[in-house]
Design a protein. Structure first.
Length: 318
């Protein structure tokens, strides 16, 4: 009897749907890669726009700096007095380029760095003023741990002998104290987290304090940062410092139009006005913000004009 012959077929049975699944998988990969590529190209496009806008902003800054140094070299009081009150648009003759500029005085509040001058005999009045405002804030807003907040501020300010060391005496970078609101805001956020005190975020810090470097000469005498531009104070600061009802101040006080000394005298608080703190003349310390459009988007940069020196360009993007 012959045995049946067994053969092995070389053909593989075709499974329905296998090719379709394979095709869909390939398409999914292609789509995913396409989305990644599109996202990358969009990111590159945004980066390119950002870079070009930064270059354009730098050109605007250079032009503004040149204009201030040429046309307003001797006196900028009139220009900045106007810019303190309203934003001013500027445009090229053909209308292709335009921007909006607005400025504010940099010394229209109590310098936060005065809190670190408790042992500085020539700055005792400034130290007392800063402490007075700080304690009034603590009381009015019922902050939970004033001691901790003050310690954090003093830590950021640094010790006077460290801050004002002469460059030739040390290779270390000179400490300048708290010189921006962003720096101060980080302190407030850390305090709020550590003390679990949300009330600190309700304080209008920008209307009460300024964040300027205290400049000294080689002998240690203060030559900048020891005065307040009195005629540009906020109603909130006037209310705290001179102990006047805030609603009354808001109703009666007209920034830059009303003279601070006259105002507080009329309110019966003239004895609290000090010529060592408040100046009646224009202080050449100004910060300006410039906004402009580029590529269909709006961008902004900032610069400072301190004692007729235009500097500290900062690009903020959109």
């Amino acid at each position: 009897m012959d045995k049946p012959t067994l053969t092995i077929s070389s053909s593989v049975p075709h499974k329905k749907g296998f090719a379709l699944i394979l095709t869909l998988s390939v398409l999914a990969v292609i789509i995913a890669l396409t989305n990644v590529l599109i996202g990358y190209m969009d990111h590159v496009r945004r980066d390119a726009t950002y870079t070009k806008a930064l270059i354009q902003g730098n050109l605007y800054y250079t032009d503004l700096k040149g204009m201030l140094e040429r046309k307003f070299k001797s006196n900028r009081k009139g220009l900045y007095t106007q810019l303190y009150q309203t934003s001013i648009p500027l445009a090229s003759p053909d209308g292709r380029f335009s921007l909006m500029i607005h400025c504010r005085p940099l010394a229209n509040g109590v310098n936060i760095n005065w809190l670190g001058l408790g042992n500085d005999q020539q700055m005792q009045e400034q130290y007392t003023a800063a402490l007075k405002v700080f304690e009034a804030i603590v009381q009015r807003y019922n902050l939970e741990d004033a001691t901790r907040l003050q310690d954090m501020i003093l830590e950021a300010i640094g010790k006077p002998d460290e801050r004002f060391v002469q460059p030739e005496q040390s290779r270390l970078r000179q400490k300048n104290g708290i010189i921006s609101y962003q720096q101060f805001e980080a302190i407030l956020q850390r305090y709020q987290f550590e003390a679990d005190d949300a009330k600190v975020s309700r304080v209008p810090w920008k209307k009460l304090f300024v964040f300027n470097e205290i400049k000294r000469d080689k002998k240690g005498k203060v030559i900048r940062g020891d005065k307040i531009d009195g005629d540009y104070l906020s109603p909130e600061l006037i209310s705290l410092f001179f102990d006047i009802d805030l609603a009354t101040v808001k109703e009666e006080w007209k920034e830059s139009e009303t003279k601070l000394k006259t105002f507080v005298q009329n309110m019966g608080e003239g004895d609290k006005y000090s010529t060592k703190l408040f100046t009646k003349v224009f202080l050449p310390m100004t910060g300006c913000e410039v906004s402009y459009r580029y590529g269909g988007e709006r961008f902004m940069f900032r610069f400072e004009d301190i004692q007729k020196e235009v500097k500290n360009f900062e690009f903020y993007g959109k």
